[in-house]
Design a protein around this ligand. Structure first.
Ligand code: NOJ
Ligand code: MG
Length: 574
């Protein structure tokens, strides 16, 4: 290469790459701590377990861990019911174990994102106990209401018809205080009262505490539920015949979600995070299953940012449609990209601890293709533990069911709501309990397929989902993937294809093709003026029969059913 071209190339590389944050060039990996690695044989994963697996995460190329809650909790909702926001639950270890995890992560240039649960505490939190007792400071920490009357049997009647997300009334009677309290989730998760500034002050202190303890960000839970109608009006029925009167979706939630004040509080919390003195920029992930306009507002503006990455659930949900097509995936991607405020950054997520696993939502052969899209579209990928090896949902009998969301609805209906199937232990190897735990009975059973589907096998195999994942993630170092433009190629009912291109002719450009269809096809993408006549296969799905390194005519790219490919090309090619 000519000296000047090299120089300009380097200048370009450094200037654009340096403008990006660690969470933009990297990849987020979600760990459900109960299920990743148990170090002490009690059948539940823990912090020491996670620390012992850091080298694995480095090896697969992720730089950021989002940990579902590790705080003190009676575990009614497995950690999303927190009884002390400033302490580690003994089941996960000690604060020293936490410090060690942070130290070991920093030594590996990794970043820790903690789960922050502002909407509710546990009913065993000291605040709630004091609130029941009408302690002057804590009396209004939660949402308390008088009954609107008493029925014929003398039972108090709740203030309105609001339902808990987990089913049944959102109001629980408290004998001692002689009032109802609101819980938008379990009755063990009383909603905090956001109209009380003292509550907001508490949250700020919690955030500062964990920033001081080395966290580089937060994933904020259940944000849309923070505020409710000050008049406590009944919500109208949704009219959806698929839901009975006790099910959350039987109502339209116009009085319990997304108040303007919620955005204001989130903005205040962002300021606390940004004001924390640190040379590492912080990451805020935000959970809001909502319509696109409401979700986009959680990005905030350039002057007043809120979340860096509100989760892209529209995209996740398209994979739960009965039929997944190239067109639908493109529509979902565009819905996000076209609505995203100027200067913001996208994200791609297809699974988490609340949703069915991706390899169970789509044909398992598509695991590689979905990873290619998640990791190579412009934005940050979020991988749920096990997605890199293609873990699928696990059948859990009613007897083994742990999730209260499932248990609430009894043996006939638990499967509609239980989230246990996507929470089973990580599959490390083919030994007892797949190397997850030495306990006789882990807290949830292992998926019986662990004998084949596990990390060890996939590292040893010539080709595997895991090896493919590593190759894909490695491409995130490339300029075309970090900052290159996105252009779609052919998209139809079966095919989703796109390319990432830079305008610098010395860079490699990449195209990704995923066949969601059931039939063999030969794809012609050569009509695009940036596409040269030939391109080189750099990654192929397990299912594909083409050879990595082979050079294909871009007018005739062979894709078998559910196959996916990444090809590299140089737009300068003749
Ligand atoms: C959303 C969390 O992801 C879910 O697991 C939890 O049950 C609810 N919020 C309540 O915190
Ligand atoms: Mg343990």
């Amino acid at each position: 290469m000519n000296y000047w071209i090299t120089f300009i190339y380097l200048l370009f590389t450094f200037s654009s790459a340096q403008d990006l944050n660690w969470w933009q060039t990297g990849a987020v990996y979600q760990i459900y701590p109960r299920s990743f690695q148990d170090s002490d044989g009690d059948g539940v994963g823990d912090l020491k377990g996670i620390t012992s697996r850091l080298d694995y995460l480095v090896d697969i190329g992720v730089n950021t861990i989002w940990l579902s809650p590790i705080f003190k909790s009676p575990m009614a909702d497995f950690g999303y019911d927190i009884s002390d926001f400033l302490a580690i639950d003994p089941i996960f270890g000690t604060i020293e174990d936490y410090d060690e995890l942070v130290r070991e992560m920093k030594a590996r240039d990794m970043h820790l994102v903690l789960d922050f649960v502002p909407n509710h505490s546990s009913n065993q939190h000291e605040w709630f106990q004091k609130s029941i007792n009408m302690d002057p400071q804590y009396s209004d920490y939660y949402v308390w209401k008088d009954p609107i009357g008493y029925d014929a049997d003398g039972n108090p009647i709740p203030p309105n018809n609001w339902l808990s997300f987990f089913g049944f009334s959102a109001w629980e009677w408290n004998e001692q205080r002689n009032q109802f309290y609101l819980h938008q989730f379990l009755k063990e998760q009383p909603d905090l009262n956001y109209r009380n500034p003292l509550v907001i002050q508490e949250l700020k202190e919690i955030i500062n505490f964990w920033l001081e303890k080395g966290a580089d960000g937060f994933r904020i839970d259940a944000v849309i539920f923070l505020f409710e109608d000050p008049e406590f009006r009944d919500e109208p029925p949704s009219g959806n015949p698929n839901f009975g009167p006790d099910e959350y979706d039987s109502l339209l939630h116009i009085y319990t979600r997304n108040y303007n004040e919620t955005y204001d509080v989130m903005r205040e919390l962002r300021v606390v995070v940004d004001d924390f003195p640190s040379d590492v920029s912080k990451l805020i992930l935000l959970e809001a299953y909502e319509s696109i306009d409401l979700v986009m507002r959680y990005y905030g503006t350039a002057e007043e940012p809120i979340a860096d990455l509100p989760f892209n659930f529209e995209y996740l949900l398209r994979f739960e449609d009965e039929v997944v097509t190239g067109t639908r995936i493109k529509d979902a991607a565009d819905l996000w990209l076209d609505n995203m405020p100027e200067g913001k950054w996208a994200n791609w997520v297809t699974g988490n601890h609340d949703r069915s696993r991706i390899a169970s939502k789509v044909d398992p052969r598509l695991v590689d293709g979905v990873n290619m899209i998640n990791l190579l579209m412009p934005g940050t990928p979020i991988t749920y533990y096990g997605e890199e090896i293609g873990m699928i949902n696990t059948f859990i009998s009613y007897e083994d069911t742990q999730d209260p969301f499932g248990c609430n609805f009894g043996p006939d209906m638990y499967e509609k709501y239980s989230r246990d199937p996507e929470r089973t232990p990580m599959q490390w190897d083919s030994s007892v309990n797949s190397g997850f735990s030495t306990a006789e009975k882990p807290w949830l059973p292992l998926n019986p397929n662990y004998l084949e589907v596990n990390v060890e096998n996939q590292l040893m195999a010539e080709e595997s989902h895991l090896k493919i994942y590593k190759e894909i993630i490695n491409l995130r170092k490339e300029l075309a993937i970090q900052t290159g433009e996105l252009q779609y190629l052919n998209v139809d009912e079966s095919l989703f294809s796109f390319m990432r291109v830079t305008d610098n002719p010395t860079n490699q450009n990449y195209m990704v093709l995923v066949n969601f269809g059931e039939t063999d096809s030969v794809v012609d993408v050569s009509a695009n003026s940036l596409v040269p006549p030939v391109a080189t296969v750099v990654i192929k799905s397990l299912s594909s029969t083409v050879t990595v390194g082979s050079v294909l005519q871009t007018s005739a790219i062979p894709l078998g059913p559910k196959d996916s490919l990444v090809l590299s090309f140089n737009s300068n090619n003749p």
